[in-house]
Design a protein around this ligand. Structure first.
Ligand SMILES: *Cc1c(COP(=O)(O)O)cnc(C)c1O
Length: 365
């Protein structure tokens, strides 16, 4: 049985009428840049996340870039982050001339280990950027305490975590800035690139709004140099439709995750650990095992889609050689990079498909 890792055609089929109508509406009124759909979607996301403001930008990467820029990160500044994430987390720091300072992860959640952060604070530290990896929030209370004590900003990379909760509060609303990605494979995905910054700070929201239009306010007057980074009206129209279904989809993801957890309980496989104060939205369902590469081979032979997030930790990427990290610096991150594999967990996965994935893995391990 061929089980795709993700099949967005099924999602489209389930809401085709509404999506088509939303797209044709934008094509008809032609307000393509920052049109009414963007404003409406921003308001919905702010309400959904429980934040004052939401600012639509061109991608999750740009949400991070503009937030760090708003924090004042510039040449020579240090930003503390995890070694275990998608490259964008690190790339945005470097693009501002900053220096990523990598911290190891918690072995249970794959998120930044709060107790390893404070030792990395220096007079150059401008911000801490935790990542809510796979859809589960990092342990934010200790992180916010450290940030307050040392007067540095916190930017949440919540690209994989819209709808996720920490102690009853939504991902993105837990620090100075929350950054979301609407890359098609994220749990709220556009038909292309898109991103959003959420914040409770009036001035910061205004600054991000200025940064996304070349730094101009009013139009054609530039007190700072910004970017061209806006969420498309077309994408906002699509995302507004999909946001209504997000919680329903998340429930299905969680049901699939619970079924996998039960099915793999007696195997020598590490299943995801959901902290009791968290609400995990399973953007990815990721298991870890020593014989990961052999399992991948079996999955491939059985046409079961899967992927490894992420095979090379950030501190060991070739482009960061000059930072001077070496193997062994972040032992947990490095171990997990060799053991993790993510398997299909999307809402539309059928019972028969999931059973086949379970049986195949049980036989292989
Ligand atoms: C997807 C992702 C990003 C980047 O988002 P884009 O919308 O693709 O630019 C950043 N950080 C993490 C952890 C991601 O998963």
């Amino acid at each position: 049985m061929n089980v795709p890792f993700l099949d967005l055609k099924r999602q489209y089929a389930s809401i085709k009428g509404e999506l088509d109508q939303a797209i044709f509406s934008v094509l008809s009124h032609t307000k393509f840049i920052l049109g009414p759909e963007v404003k409406a979607f921003e308001e919905k996301v702010a309400e959904y996340c429980g934040t004052e403001f939401a600012v639509g930008v061109a991608s999750g990467t740009d949400a991070l870039l503009l937030s760090l820029r708003a924090c004042g990160v510039g040449p020579g500044d240090e930003v503390i982050t995890t070694g275990f994430s998608f490259f964008a987390t690190a790339g945005v720091i470097s693009r501002l001339g900053g220096i990523p300072v990598y911290v190891d992860i918690d072995p249970d959640t794959y998120n930044i280990a709060p107790d390893k952060i404070e030792g990395k604070i220096t007079p150059k530290t401008k911000a801490i950027m935790p990542v809510h990896l796979f859809g589960q929030c990092a342990d934010m209370d200790p992180i916010m305490q450290i940030a307050k004590k040392h007067n540095v900003k916190v930017v949440e990379d919540a690209a994989q975590a819209i709808g996720s909760e920490y102690k009853g509060k939504k991902a993105g609303s837990l620090s100075d800035f929350g950054c979301f990605s609407f890359f098609p494979s994220k749990n709220l995905g556009a038909a292309g690139d898109g991103g959003m910054v959420v914040t409770n700070d009036t001035e910061m929201a205004d600054l991000v709004r200025i940064l996304r239009v070349h730094g101009s306010k009013p139009k054609y007057y530039h007190s700072i140099v910004g970017y061209n980074s806006r969420l498309d009206a077309l994408q906002a129209a699509i995302l507004s439709v999909k946001l209504k279904y997000l919680d329903e989809w998340t429930k299905k993801r969680r049901e699939h995750a619970a079924l996998y957890n039960a099915a793999f309980k007696d195997l020598d496989v590490v299943t995801p650990k959901e902290e009791e104060f968290n609400y995990h939205i399973y953007n990815q369902y990721t298991i870890a095992l020593r014989s990961r590469d052999r399992l991948r081979q079996v999955l491939k032979e059985n046409e079961i889609g899967h992927d490894v997030y992420y095979p090379v930790p950030l501190h060991l990427q070739e482009c960061y050689k000059s930072l001077g990290y070496k193997e062994g610096d972040l032992p947990v991150t490095e171990q997990k990079a060799g053991e993790v594999v993510s398997i299909p967990v999307y809402p539309e996965l059928t019972g028969a498909e999931q059973n086949f994935v379970i049986e195949t893995i049980r036989k292989a391990v």
